[in-house]
Design a protein around this ligand. Structure first.
Ligand SMILES: Cc1cc2nc3c(=O)[nH]c(=O)nc-3n(C[C@H](O)[C@H](O)[C@H](O)COP(=O)(O)O)c2cc1C
Length: 174
């Protein structure tokens, strides 16, 4: 798949069959993560937690729903895998690192035909819950900054017309 096509058809998927992605698909997506640019090459400032434990996913989902003030919502959308990305660095470089990683993973997931969605709300909720945070068994000094859900989906990726509203306000200085 051409990169420009993958970027065009990528969208957030919020409906999952519950079926796990294959090990081969996960490997492709993780390898894409490892290809991301990282500020000053500090690869050891990043930690991945791959969660497939359905009890823990359910607890994070419920914690996030409470965080959003709507116990009936499912902020993990029933996806069977959540990858939490943590860092021991602070500031905009740490945030940017996570963003670059997530976009690489998302594009690889699109190429694999796998459902994906960035997850920041549930990760923020999880970070504020001491008991749940402990369950991630993170190395000392690491804080979750973002996440990605992955799973098989009945939805498909298809060509998108990008709305005018997506064009960022831009000024030009000659
Ligand atoms: C930094 C960031 C955080 C996001 N967090 C969430 C989230 O917690 N839950 C969610 O459903 N979508 C989340 N999204 C997905 C955005 O809502 C989505 O990318 C945006 O609405 C554009 O839609 P598209 O991805 O389908 O193009 C996040 C996206 C970004 C870039």
């Amino acid at each position: 798949m051409e990169l420009t096509q993958a970027m065009n058809i990528r969208r957030s998927i919020r409906s999952y069959t519950g079926e796990m992605i294959s090990k081969e698909q996960l490997d492709v997506i993780l390898n894409a993560a490892y290809e991301a640019p990282i500020g000053m090459g500090k690869y050891d400032s990043i930690h991945f937690t791959i969660i497939t434990n359905s009890d823990l996913l359910g607890e994070i989902d419920a914690c996030a729903a409470q965080f959003f003030g709507n116990p009936s919502m499912h902020p993990l959308y029933g996806a069977p895998m959540l990858i939490v990305i943590s860092s021991n660095a602070e500031g905009n470089v740490a945030s940017a690192n996570v963003g670059f990683i997530l976009q690489n993973m998302a594009l690889a997931a699109v190429e694999e035909g796998v459902g994906q969605c960035d997850i920041y709300g549930a990760v923020a909720a999880l970070s504020r819950n001491k008991k749940l945070l402990e369950r991630l068994e993170l190395p000392e000094g690491f804080t979750p900054l973002g996440g990605l859900i992955l799973g098989q989906t009945a939805e498909s990726y298809s060509e998108r017309e990008i709305p005018e509203a997506h064009r960022f306000v831009t000024n030009e200085i000659d």
